[in-house]
Write a protein that binds this ligand. Structure first.
Ligand code: ADP
Ligand code: MG
Length: 678
């Protein structure tokens, strides 16, 4: 049973909606809405020894002269001096005349606020005050807010939630399984209390450590359970490679790289095993993952089954289809293409052939998961750019076969330390090398003064028949502003600088069809210069595009910049990536400098770990895993390893699966499904 937040005193329908915006619907969710930071009210600081500009502090002193000034109509300023033996500070309130009656010269007053320099004086602007000396009151939580909600709203609501939880212990997240593992010393409720209103930071850290462990334990338990269930299924046991696969490899127009060979050896071993394959192949853009997928598909066909390859966009699906047609040319394998654009009549024929088994490999977009798509006998499902699909979509395709093998592909490299947490027990093959002859994309970080020269250089490339991308920055929180900026730049380029070139614009607000029309035109070469907001389709292959200009590069993360750079350098021509930057913090400079010197996505991913917080890390949320509340996937890697070991031990004992599932459902709510079916 759970309590809705509307059942908390003081939360009416208006505030309820604001809490929803923070993702808080229930008291349990509120308990897990942990503070971003804490205000230190644990002790009174000496006024003279407190530096200006630091965090808010608690001070206590004697009120000196009180002054009210009215510099102009409708404006009042209330000022007073507060001093203790060590020094003095001026307290100031603007337009709060009613405050005046709260104070008297000579009284003892405690104030909490930030000391800042203003007009040559040390001031505290609109502090919270209380008459008399105060005891240190521990630490006050500071929560992430939304417009219309204040810290006091959150603090009061959490206080109430803790009271409700004291009466109804069953709503406190967590359960015996996680707690028995030795990491939990505090009572569950006590741990939540200490996270929200800690008496000391040591106490808060103990609580966080415990809750983080329990959370990671539950997450790993879910992943292990998932793996175990799959392991219990009988997979399609393939025979050793036969003539079809051998001629496929012999007919390849190139030699496989070591990385490709190794990845396929892993796949081959999985497919010849007893249980269904669950493998992720990760490799940088251009490392040649498609051929590896094609070999896996050839193998399943050779064993008398069908295979499916799902891509996130129509353009990519068509690209794969064309490549497959070339790769399988002259071999007895029929490949079909199914996207939303296939005409009804053609589609009917295709579906019929699929049902009869005369089409062995079906490539397509998420159109593949439609109900009317029925396979004769589906034995392998490949998902390209897997993070672009939802958990449900991936599962839906798999359900079209009986325990088919599954292969995921991703160009977003994940550092080794993180594969465990993101993929649980998915087996991972990494392709670290590139096909030979690939030129390094020359990368330069430049300032705005270079803009003209860059345009001249682009003009030169386009005059030679090559194509360019210009990516505009993502201005945070306002897609409209982004769009305006991109549109303005597009107009400027199209009308003046590149008026002799065919220019195009793509952005996130465009309808799918419109967007694909522009991308198609770029791919055909009808558009030479493509201006885009940061939405350039993942995986698009335009070998003739040789320059990527990222405007406002300081606004992009490493992973994103690397993905963007991957759009060029896909052919034999020398390619360039120009990062136009206004400069910025030390961190920004470091990031851009790494882009200049490091070209390996895996190494960049490791660097990214050093810079970024887990929330943004390589689109963690996109992996369909639950949001972590107490744990931090980077900071807590060692805790994670421990949680995993303990979870594995736990599963070895006499466990009640139903109990575990209920506990996980309680903790993860809607994300629970993602955890159990990937
Ligand atoms: P990605 O890993 O980004 O999906 P692709 O599979 O699209 O990469 O491969 C990129 C290009 O490299 C394709 O044109 C493909 O034909 C080519 N390619 C793949 N493997 C090799 C290889 N071993 N040698 C040479 N070219 C290759
Ligand atoms: Mg690809």
């Amino acid at each position: 049973m759970d309590f809705l937040i509307s059942q908390i005193k003081g939360i009416g329908t208006r505030k309820e909606k604001l809490f929803y915006r923070l993702g808080i619907h229930t008291v349990t969710e509120l308990l897990q809405y942990f503070p971003r930071e804490y205000e230190d009210r644990s002790h009174v600081q000496r006024i003279g020894e407190t530096p200006a500009g630091a965090a808010p502090v608690l001070i206590c002193g004697t009120v000196g002269m009180i002054q009210e000034v009215r510099p102009r109509r409708g404006m009042t300023i209330l000022k007073m001096v507060l001093s203790d033996g060590s020094g003095a500070v001026e307290l100031v309130w603007f337009n709060q005349p009613f405050k005046k009656r709260l104070f008297k010269t000579g009284m003892t007053l405690s104030a909490f606020g930030k000391i800042e320099w203003a007009y040559g004086r040390r001031q505290m602007n609109a502090p919270e005050t209380e008459p008399g000396p105060v005891q240190g009151s521990g630490f006050m939580p500071v929560y992430g807010l939304t417009d219309g909600l204040y810290q006091t709203d959150l603090r009061k609501a959490v206080q109430q939630a803790l009271k409700i939880a004291a009466q109804h212990r069953d709503i406190v997240p967590g359960w015996e399984g996680a707690r028995q593992s030795g990491y939990s010393v505090m009572e569950p409720l006590e741990a939540y209390q200490s996270m929200h209103f800690p008496v000391s930071m040591e106490e808060q850290q103990r609580a966080r450590q415990q809750l983080a462990f329990e959370e990671l334990f539950d997450m790993q338990l879910g992943l292990l359970l998932r793996r175990r269930r799959e392991g219990l299924q009988q997979g399609i046991k393939c025979a050793p490679n036969g003539p079809l696969l051998q001629s496929f490899i012999r007919k390849l127009p190139f030699a496989l790289t070591q990385g490709q060979t190794d990845a396929f050896l892993d796949i081959q071993a999985d497919m010849e095993g007893e249980t269904p394959m669950q493998r992720l192949v990760q490799g940088d853009v251009g490392s040649g993952k498609t051929v590896v997928a094609a070999m896996a598909l050839a193998k399943i066909v050779e064993n008398g089954y069908q295979g499916a390859l799902m891509a996130p966009t129509e353009i990519l699906a068509v690209q794969h289809y064309e490549e497959f047609r070339r790769l399988f040319h002259g071999l007895p394998v029929r490949v079909g293409l199914l996207t939303g654009r296939i005409p009804a009549k053609e589609k009917a024929g295709l579906l019929d052939a699929l049902r009869k088994g005369t089409i062995q490999i079906l490539i397509g977009t998420h159109a593949l998961i439609q109900k009317d798509v029925v396979f004769w006998d589906l034995g392998l499902v490949v998902t390209d750019e897997q993070h672009r699909f939802g958990v449900r979509q991936r599962a839906a395709l798999r359900q079209k076969g009986r325990a088919p093998h599954t292969l995921f592909m991703t160009a977003t490299p994940i550092p080794r330390t993180l594969t465990l947490s993101l993929y649980g027990d998915l087996d991972v093959s990494s392709i670290h090398d590139m096909p030979p002859g690939r030129k390094v994309v020359k990368t330069y970080v430049v300032g705005n003064t270079m803009r003209r020269r860059i345009y001249t250089f682009m003009e030169k490339l386009m005059a030679q028949g090559q194509q360019c991308y210009v990516v505009c920055p993502l201005v945070e929180e306002s897609e409209t502003v982004d769009l305006q900026a991109a549109a303005a730049l597009y107009d400027q380029l199209r009308i003046s600088v590149f008026k002799n070139r065919a220019c195009g614009l793509v952005h996130g607000r465009m309808a799918g069809k419109e967007k694909e029309a522009v991308m198609d035109a770029f791919q055909r070469g009808d558009i030479q210069l493509l201006v885009a907001t940061s939405v350039i389709e993942v995986g698009v292959n335009v070998p003739n595009a040789t320059l990527m200009l990222v405007d406002g590069a300081e606004r992009f993360g490493l992973a994103q910049l690397h993905q963007l750079r991957g759009r060029v350098g896909r052919g034999n021509l020398q390619a360039y990536c120009i990062l136009l930057s206004k400069g910025g913090s030390e961190e920004t400079r470091q990031r851009l400098q790494w882009m200049e010197t490091i070209h390996d996505g895996f190494v960049l991913a490791e660097k990214d770990l050093l810079l970024r917080r887990s929330g943004q890390l390589f689109g963690y949320a996109q992996h369909g895993l639950p949001d972590l509340k107490a744990a931090d996937i980077i900071r807590d890697v060692s805790l994670l390893a421990a949680a995993r070991d303990k979870a594995a031990d736990y599963l070895k004992g006499p466990v009640m699966e139903q109990t575990i599932l209920e506990a996980l459902q309680r903790r993860f709510g809607a994300a629970f499904e993602g955890l159990l079916k990937n």
